[in-house]
Write a protein that binds this ligand. Structure first.
Ligand code: NAD
Length: 259
């Protein structure tokens, strides 16, 4: 898939969070591969392997590995395998989140302790856990990208504990940008509008939400995966060389101007 003379020719990175061809991580990966990047893919659990393997092959991936971000040994093994296979890397994409489906409806304040901690661990701490393993092999001038949602800054019905996790994730982006800035490593997030994916299937009445968003948004249309993929390419490439610690809204203008 790579093209000669692409913007990311000679660059190497890791994509965390492809579950299938509807994953936002895959939309970003396709744009990066189109520009010549060499991409390793990390997936969660063997059941996803059969979906991710053909996608990784499609872009000539040199490495496909399993990593559960709740498991320290799995994270360590992934870090080692990435170092041994890729040597150094220029970027990674963190496109991972999880909350118990029961918490994505009704009141937020009733969230049980275990569900709260699980959402924070998988959706926020995982960014730190991966960075702890990969920052040492990142080339100076590298870039890190994560995915957030508007529910981080406004109380969006049903988003509940995931909104609180996204608020912590967005704050983590700012602190990590400060930590890694002296090495020229940039850390940014995309706050994507709602898209149909495996994860968003847990959100009740998603279809209604997508239609309402499109009516209110300045661009008067639903967001598509490619919109987010291209923004990912921008933030991970030299085009965004002066951009760090930012949460970049990609939602057809819905959350920023559409009310
Ligand atoms: P997705 O289901 O395709 O991706 C979520 C990924 O998280 C999956 O690959 C899953 O395997 C991974 N994951 C969950 N628990 C994990 C664990 N313990 N270890 C390793 N990986 C784990 O859905 P998506 O919508 O593409 O989600 C990607 C990111 O985009 C998430 O952070 C999500 O919150 C964010 N996001 C999604 C939307 C949307 O509407 N779909 C909007 C804004 C932001």
């Amino acid at each position: 898939m790579s093209t000669n003379g692409g913007m990311l020719e000679g660059k190497k990175g890791v994509i965390f969070g492809v579950a299938n061809d509807r994953s936002i991580a895959w939309a970003i990966a396709k744009e990066l591969a189109d520009q010549g990047a060499s991409l390793a893919f990390s997936y969660q659990g063997t059941t996803l392997a059969k979906r991710v393997t053909p996608l990784a092959e499609q872009v000539g991936s040199p490495l496909l590995l399993e990593c559960d971000v709740t498991d320290e040994a799995s994270l360590d093994a992934a870090g080692e395998k990435i170092r041994d296979t890729m040597g150094s890397i220029d970027f990674f994409v963190h496109s991972i989140a999880f909350a118990n489906r029961d918490c994505l409806k009704g009141h937020y304040y009733v969230t049980p302790r275990a569900d709260f901690l699980q959402a924070m661990e998988i959706s926020v701490f995982s960014l730190l856990a991966i960075t702890q393993r990969l920052a040492p092999i990142m080339n100076d001038g590298g870039s890190i990208l994560t995915l957030s949602y508007y529910g981080a800054v406004k109380a969006v019905p049903n988003y509940n504990v995931m909104g609180v996790a996204k608020a912590a994730l967005e704050s983590s982006v700012r602190y990590m940008a400060n930590d890694l800035g002296p090495r020229g490593i940039r850390v940014n997030g995309i706050s994507a509008g709602a898209l149909r994916t495996l994860a968003s299937a847990a959100i009740p009445k998603l279809g209604d939400m997508l239609e309402a968003n499109a009516e209110r948004a300045p661009l008067k249309r639903q967001l598509d995966h490619e919109d987010v993929g291209r923004a990912g390419l921008y933030l991970l490439s030299h085009l965004a060389s002066g951009v760090t610690g930012e949460i970049h809204y990609v939602d057809c203008g819905y959350s920023t101007k559409g009310f």
